[in-house]
Structures are given as structure tokens and as C-alpha cells.
Design a protein around this ligand. Structure first.
Ligand SMILES: C[S@@+](CC[C@H](N)C(=O)[O-])C[C@H]1O[C@@H](n2cnc3c(N)ncnc32)[C@H](O)[C@@H]1O
Length: 226
């Protein structure tokens, strides 16, 4: 179904999976669960691909020809799903701190960058000359095991993702971001609500049972000047 490169055993390299006993954001789990096996069988680079597939299906916003920015895209599971859904007439820009093995698809552009760095906005602007229809973020910080710190880092990345959405979305565009419940989650939720017509919190089936993560999905972007 996805002849787009080999499945990478992402579950082994994810920081939470490597050290479940020291993280308070997730409990130990079976790294070889059914989504992992399904991802491997389908040539998907990460089991998290099933999360974006479900979110896209439920939101109905990922259509052929649209332009998407995917933040925290390595190793590329979401990219594979998004690229298939937007098709060759669409665009998916994948950004990550770490290199992403290229996908041989004309609609996919890759950028290795730290979204927290001062030069990031300019780097991104050079790659996305047109207004985007959707910004997604599955970014996750390196966890240190102190829950308040991990939540704060996660929210910092969410804030950057929201800023990218505000800078690059067309009016009416959509936004999806992973966020850890807790900390200032409610504050972030209010910030998103202020700029989008509707928001929903979703927890895709592929989410690990004990994970605190949810996905905040928003539609109907309203630019400040609109
Ligand atoms: C859970 S993984 C994403 C998996 C991806 N959605 C997939 O399906 O393959 C989270 C990613 O966020 C990235 N990330 C964390 N902090 C970042 C930052 N400051 N800038 C860019 N990427 C970042 C990590 O490098 C990591 O690859």
C-alpha cells in the first residue's frame, strides 16, 4: 500500500519507548503492538501514520491538491499518509530536527531545521511560497522525566506550531497538533480557539493506552486582519 521506502523501527528509537521507566509522560508499553506490525507490513515508517490517517479521515480536510506543512515529520510516517492523500498535484513540506530519508515523490519537500531557532521562519518561508491549507505538528520534545518540564517543552513546540499556522495558513485553513494534557493546556486551547472557527480534541485509536497525548484539531482559520 505504501511502496515509499522501508518501514523504520521507529518505536525502538522514540525517546519515550527507549526509556519508559524514567518518563512520566507515558507508561511502559508493548513496542511491537498491532499498529507497529501493521505499519511494518504496509511499508510505513512509523506506527503514528495511523494517527494522522484517522485524524484526516475524521476531519475531512486532507484533499487532493492541497498544501500541507508537517512539523516534526521524521522519520516520515505522517508524510507518507499526507503525500498519498494530497496526491501529485498537492504539496507536503516536512520539517524536522533530524534528517528525513527522502521520499521519491514530487509533492514532498523536506527541511532539516530546528523550529525553535531564530532563522526558522525565513527557512520555511523560502520553501512555502503559497498559502497553506493545513499545518500539522506531531513534534515531541526530548523528555527528561519531570512531568511539568516535559509538558512545558511540549507546549512551547505547540506554540511555535500555532505561530507557523498563523503565518502560513490561508483563511479557512486547518491545524492539527499533538499536545500533552496538563500544565497550561487550557491556555493553549484558548489561544487556538481565538483564531479558528471550531476546535476538537481527538485521541486516535493508535495512541498508546497510557499516553497523555491528544491531538487538538482546528478548522476555519481566521487571520487577525480578517
Ligand atoms: C513523534 S516524532 C514524529 C513522528 C512523525 N509524525 C512520523 O509519523 O514519522 C516527533 C518528532 O519531533 C521532532 N522535533 C522535536 N523538537 C523539534 C524541533 N525543535 N524542531 C523540529 N523538530 C522537532 C523530533 O525530532 C521527532 O522526530
Amino acid at each position: 500500500m505504501y511502496p515509499l521506502g522501508e518501514a523504520v523501527e521507529r518505536a525502538h528509537t522514540h525517546p519515550v519507548a527507549r526509556a519508559p521507566s524514567v518518563s512520566t509522560m507515558a507508561k511502559p508499553y508493548d513496542v511491537h503492538d498491532r499498529f507497529y506490525r501493521k505499519a511494518k507490513a504496509q511499508g510505513l515508517r512509523a506506527r503514528s501514520a495511523f494517527k494522522i490517517d484517522e485524524l484526516a479521515e475524521r476531519m475531512g480536510v486532507v484533499k487532493p491538491g492541497i498544501a500541507v506543512l508537517d512539523l516534526g515529520a521524521a522519520p516520515g510516517g505522517w508524510l507518507q499518509v499526507l503525500a498519498r492523500r494530497v496526491g501529485p498535484s498537492g504539496l507536503v513540506v516536512g520539517v524536522d530536527l533530524v534528517p528525513i530519508k527522502p521520499l521519491a515523490l514530487p509533492q514532498v519537500k523536506l527541511l532539516q531545521a530546528d523550529v525553535t531557532s531564530p532563522g526558522f521562519a525565513a527557512q520555511l518561508a523560502a520553501l512555502t511560497p503559497t498559502k497553506l491549507d493545513l499545518v500539522t505538528s506531531d513534534m515531541a520534545p526530548k523528555t527528561c522525566g519531570i512531568r511539568a518540564t516535559d509538558e512545558a517543552r511540549s507546549l512551547e513546540l505547540c506554540g511555535i506550531a500555532l505561530r507557523c499556522a498563523q503565518d502560513h495558513l490561508r483563511p479557512g485553513g486547518a491545524f492539527i497538533t499533538k499536545v500533552f494534557m496538563g500544565g497550561d493546556f487550557k491556555v493553549f486551547e484558548r489561544q487556538v480557539r481565538a483564531r479558528f472557527a471550531s476546535i476538537k480534541i481527538m485521541r486516535p485509536e493508535a495512541t498508546r493506552a497510557h499516553s497523555f497525548e491528544v491531538y487538538l484539531t482546528a478548522r476555519g482559520f481566521q487571520p487577525a486582519s480578517a
